[in-house]
Write a protein that binds this ligand. Structure first.
Ligand SMILES: Cc1cc2nc3c(=O)[nH]c(=O)nc-3n(C[C@H](O)[C@H](O)[C@H](O)COP(=O)(O)O)c2cc1C
Length: 372
């Protein structure tokens, strides 16, 4: 493998320099990392209320239900859950929970059938809403860590989830012991805890077999939206934003791919692939496979590999978890450039999309993001 195709901690380019105005969503995307050590901290009423409001907004935007995402902040319950998560560990990966105290734990709760379905419907929507919360919490200088490495029977029982329900994922929230400064200069030194695959390895153009090549893009003529906060971006994804984005389409595509590249994934496995569709005929076919009549200027087919060992061991469909996390990033990034988007994960003709973009046999389409 040539050096440029190896995983790296470096940003693909200095995206900040492409906008005349502050493009500050990058601070959050690059600055977020998994925090596993928290200071003692008592949140103010404002933070707790805002977390609840953002939870409602994220659920509404992504089409999840409030019943799917709960914030547990009662300290006795947080402690009980933290210790149960640590005890139900698989391979000791969550022993850090025995020594640190989050001030809240956010839980995902779903019908058990969602976890075993050939194509879960609600799971990807709930996951996108959870990642929106993770990014909003990073914006508030709060640390989080997705946790999926546990046996959920004990946890589901402890949380008294109803018959036929499961709690497959949780996210502790705490004041991180070290809070890195969020800016481009400190990014390589502090922000990303692990390396990421380069864009050429995770993206293709029109067909899975045609690797994306990072283009030269002019730095002139683009102003990022003045609304860069996660809640504002969510409002614009969910609203009837009929504006059109003035940015060069190469920049839109490249920035969206970069935002996905730096997303968190279980064991940092980055099991995602994105086929960029720009050719008119393919775009029209793709919109048709999503049951839509749209004139997208570009679209991303986001896919993941099924049948991974970790999915079988933990009985969790990680392809429908990791890839939607990256789709939250792509849609927020598009909104930060004032690009209206369609985010579609269900009601699609999956076989037709897989074949349109030439996915290999073990790769499945998780969803499509269309840039209007
Ligand atoms: C679905 C999912 C499950 C995860 N499960 C665990 C876990 O059980 N324990 C843990 O310490 N980290 C867990 N992580 C955190 C990843 O290890 C982390 O996101 C990855 O190494 C990238 O590092 P970063 O988040 O700091 O960028 C999980 C992440 C995701 C997205």
């Amino acid at each position: 493998m040539t050096t440029e195709l190896q995983p790296t901690k470096k940003a693909t380019r200095n995206y900040y320099s492409y906008s005349d105005t502050p493009w500050s969503i990058w601070n959050v995307l690059y600055g977020r990392r998994s925090h596993r050590k928290y200071d003692l901290f008592k949140p103010g009423r404002d933070l707790v209320d805002s977390l609840d409001k953002t939870r409602e907004l994220a659920c509404r935007t992504r089409g999840a239900s409030l019943e799917n995402i709960a914030v547990i902040s009662d300290q006795d319950r947080v402690n009980e859950l933290r210790l149960a998560l640590f005890r139900s560990f698989q391979g000791g990966i969550n022993s850090w929970l025995s020594v640190t105290k989050p001030w809240a734990i956010i839980t995902v709760e779903l019908d058990a059938g969602e976890m075993t379905a050939d194509r879960p419907q609600l799971l990807p929507r709930v996951i996108m809403a959870m990642e929106d919360l993770v990014l909003w919490l990073a914006e508030q200088d709060m640390g989080t860590c997705w946790i999926g490495g546990f046996n959920d029977k004990a946890i589901t029982g402890l949380l008294k989830a109803g018959e036929g329900r499961r709690v497959p994922l949780v996210i502790p929230v705490g004041k991180p012991v070290v809070s890195p400064g969020f800016n481009f200069d400190t990014f390589t030194a502090q922000s990303m805890s692990k390396r990421r695959k380069p864009l050429q390895k995770i993206a293709s153009v029109e067909s899975y077999s045609e690797p994306y090549s990072v283009p030269e893009i002019s730095r002139k003529g683009f102003s990022a939206s003045s609304r860069q906060g996660v809640p504002e971006l969510l409002e614009s994804i969910g609203g009837n934003n009929e504006k059109t984005c003035g940015a060069d389409i190469d920049l839109i595509v490249d920035a969206c791919l970069e935002s996905a590249r730096v997303a968190p994934s279980a064991s940092n496995s980055q099991p995602w692939h994105f086929v960029v569709v720009r050719e008119r005929g393919n775009l029209d076919k793709l919109a048709g496979c999503c049951g839509l009549d749209r004139n997208w200027k570009a679209a991303f087919v986001a896919s993941g590999r099924t049948g991974k060992l970790i999915s079988r061991l933990l009985e969790k469909p990680f392809w429908m978890i990791d890839v939607p996390i990256s789709m939250s990033h792509i849609s927020l990034m598009a909104a930060s450039m004032e690009c209206p988007v369609d985010v579609i994960t269900d009601g699609i003709d999956e076989k037709a999309i897989n074949s349109l973009v030439g996915l290999p046999g073990d790769e499945r389409t998780v969803g499509v993001i269309g840039i209007k």
